[in-house]
Write a protein that binds this ligand. Sequence first.
Ligand SMILES: *Cc1c(COP(=O)(O)O)cnc(C)c1O
Length: 237
Amino acid sequence: MTSIANSLQQVRARIAAACEQMGRPADSVCLLAVSKTQPTASVLDAIAAGQQAFGENYVQEGVDKIRAVRAWEAEAGGAAPSQWHCIGPLQSNKTRLLAAHFDWVHSVDRLKIAERLSEQRPPELGPLQVCLQVNIDGGPNKSGVVPADVLELARAVAALPRLRLRGLMTIPEPVSGFEAQRAVHVQARQLFEAVRDAGIPGAAWDTLSMGMTGDLEAAVAAGSTMVRIGTAVFGAR
Ligand SMILES: *Cc1c(COP(=O)(O)O)cnc(C)c1O
């Protein structure tokens, strides 16, 4: 077994244990393997170990990897194709490339970017799956819409034709201790539920993307449906 296969097995076990603790089904949390700065060879090792969804922060780096992996998949045939999520800050001059290659984007925090992504999404690809990044803890220098503006942005994004709105994403400031981590993630879950209850026509609203290597358990305890794990899967960057 490669060390990446081994790490993946350990991360899956952490997710399963955290789910069991909460009485949640183990398949209620998706694992997104964050492959930023990692070589394509490491992504292929992870795919060989059964991993399907990958997260990238930088659009150009991600697209280079997506192209390489898609070429490999076309040769290899067989298993379900990998799925690619953009989780980094978005710039207007990168939206066309993003829309043409990624399956998901988690970091939409303003309508102008969402409109560009919708306009630029190639029709043959089906809708781009979107989460809104929310600045849940008011952290400094961080992208993300403020909680009070989430509902309005969600309704506007859900109305765009080539996007499918799925939920929220958060990157809280690092805090230590399970309870402190969970408290922030619970705020995100409450916002997620409040928006769902207010109603967003056209949105699936089934995804709460939160939890990284250091706070996976606290995020699952608070209701995360997708954890984004880099270091524990691929090693230190
Ligand atoms: C890098 C990154 C991750 C993964 O972080 P780890 O601590 O290595 O697990 C998750 N989400 C975002 C947005 C990131 O930039």
